[in-house]
Design a protein around this ligand. Structure first.
Ligand code: PEP
Length: 242
């Protein structure tokens, strides 16, 4: 299965900065041995999708509401993202779980809405530093998977240890291997045979210097990249390591 390298711009980027990233990506994406995705802020999904039309780079949102429309001021639905040119959406990122109190049940409803709207969801899971220190990392991630994935889930899972996001610290290759093997087993238990085909991304301070080693770990199906995705050369270097 081809690896997926997904860039999460978070709440960064204005239009001129976006074009400076996306132009080189468009040119650099041809011939890569992986799938490439950028997830800009909602304000720029349509513009970025226009720039990338006909290219090998897909566009995604960073969140969506579970309802298709209605009285939800400030929210964006999965259908709206699709309408703007997105084909993917990141859901349940730890920053949304922390900043907006998103529960597993909320993530599950959003993932179902995303699929119904024709988007492929990337559902994020991961333990905090305190949870890992207490030896609870698999219990936490197992509960997040069981609670966040809708029945018949057809998407991607991203394992992002919270303590490795934006900190410059990465999980060791052994820890990544152990967690990805655990997630694979859980996916098969929850989804049956389809769970064997779900890509499991690693996320947490992935950069050009550590990408090759992390992407070579068994059961790592790609990377979810935050900070390094804001620099086209770094993001392409990570994609070239896939
Ligand atoms: C992320 O935003 O999902 C992420 C992993 O960020 P960073 O690569 O900056 O740690």
């Amino acid at each position: 299965m081809r690896q997926l390298i997904a860039g999460n711009w978070k709440m960064n980027g204005l239009l001129d900065e976006a074009s400076a990233i996306v132009g080189p990506l468009r040119r650099g994406a041809d011939g890569l041995g992986c799938d490439l995705l950028v997830c800009p802020p909602a304000t720029m999904v349509m513009t970025v999708a226009h720039i990338l039309v006909g290219s090998a780079v897909a566009v995604g949102g960073q969140d969506c509401h579970a309802r298709p429309n209605g009285a939800h001021t400030g929210d964006v639905s999965a259908r709206m993202l699709r309408d703007a040119g997105a084909s993917w959406v990141i859901l349940g990122h730890s920053e949304r779980r922390a900043d907006h109190g998103e529960s597993d049940a909320a993530v599950r409803a959003k993932a179902a809405a995303a699929v119904a709207a024709g988007l492929t969801p990337i559902v994020c899971v991961g333990e905090t530093e305190a949870e890992r220190a207490a030896g609870r990392e698999t219990a936490v991630v197992g509960a997040q998977l069981a609670g966040s994935l809708p029945e018949g889930f057809a998407g991607v899972v991203a394992y992002e240890p919270v303590w490795a996001i934006g900190t410059g610290r990465t999980a060791t290759e052994a820890d990544v291997a152990a967690m990805h093997a655990f997630i694979r087993d859980e996916l098969v238990r929850l989804l049956g045979a389809a769970g064997a085909g779900v890509r499991i991304l690693y996320g947490g301070s992935v950069k050009p210097s550590n990408a090759a080693a992390l992407l070579a770990v068994p059961e790592v199906g790609g990377a979810l990249v935050g900070g390094a995705s804001l620099n086209a050369a770094d993001f392409l270097a990570i994609a070239q390591a896939a």
